[in-house]
Design a protein around this ligand. Structure first.
Ligand SMILES: [Zn+2]
Length: 104
């Protein structure tokens, strides 16, 4: 999908519509220091199993993410709008799905 580099949009700081630059946020969330594969290998060795707070080994399900691979071909966008006048940036609410994002 093609997107323009600049757009006119309402800026909540300036309280009027201004020229704003569009950027794309990285669509995935923050990566943890441990990759998903290394958590699985650690579980096989017996690390991060048991009761109580597991620290860095906890808070993630063991398999579920791999089962879902290939479920969707497109990714949801998060656009960043940077105001030209006050240099404040706002995030797009909602977002839409597309395979690829391009700036004209
Ligand atoms: Zn502004």
């Amino acid at each position: 999908m093609k997107l323009p580099k600049m757009t006119k949009r309402y800026c909540p700081k300036c309280k009027k519509s201004t020229e704003q630059k569009i950027d794309l946020y990285k669509s995935s969330g923050k990566r943890s220091s441990l990759s998903f594969g290394s958590i699985i290998r650690a579980k096989k060795r017996g690390l991060g199993t048991g009761t109580g707070n597991l620290g860095k080994w906890g808070s993630k399900p063991a398999i579920s993410k791999w089962k879902r691979t290939g479920a969707k071909q497109s990714k949801k966008s998060t656009l960043k709008y940077t105001c030209k006048e006050c240099k404040k940036s706002t995030q797009q609410s909602g977002g839409f799905r597309a395979k690829k994002f391009e700036f004209k």
